[in-house]
Design a protein around this ligand. Sequence first.
Ligand code: GTP
Ligand code: MG
Length: 206
Amino acid sequence: AQVVQAEFVKSSVRTEDCPPSDGIPEFALVGRSNVGKSSLLNSLVRRKKLALTSKKPGKTQCINHFRINDSWYLVDLPGYGEELLASCDDVYELSSYEVWLLNQMVINLQPMHQHGTDASIPAKPIDLEYASWLGQNQIPMTLIFTKCDKRKKKKNGGKRPEENVQDFQELIRDFFQTVPPWIMTSSVTNQGRDEILLHMAQLRNY
Ligand code: GTP
Ligand code: MG
């Protein structure tokens, strides 16, 4: 399941400009801005700067395709709620982005440290909206909790990570027929890297 080759293919402003899928498995990294989508991609492929990252939210502005092992795609996206994703094609019932997303296997990232350090920060409404839409359209989703290295124990009356994961699962439970799998990660320590790669290999072989 390891990555032996990773190459940047294309940056697309519109979904119509994306490389043709041709049945090639694609995994889209979705989540709010700054949760660590691009950093996770770099961690997965063991490259520091293949995808560009920034301390400031809003770094990734386009749909960026990366071809892995010459056989599948990782797709780095802007944070949801950003311009590109909000742009809607009026003619169709679904926006072209949504149509595109229907063909993806979605990796939804949640910043664990926010849940971990401050139990008063629950999932944001946009996270739930998104999860609900994915569930309705039966798009397979995996929940990735990011920045687990940052978690400070018991600070601000924080909950244990397991409890935070459970809270989140509870909120999205009704959207899905089966509870989405979840993985704890850190792009600093590379926690969860092998687990995600193995998980994606299993999904590809369905
Ligand atoms: P957008 O492109 O704006 O949507 O953000 P993004 O989700 O791609 O986030 P990005 O990977 O650019 O990371 C945002 C910030 O979080 C950067 O300063 C990263 O160094 C930091 N970061 C990402 N992952 C981790 C992690 O696992 N641990 C820690 N401590 N910091 C992280
Ligand atoms: Mg990014």
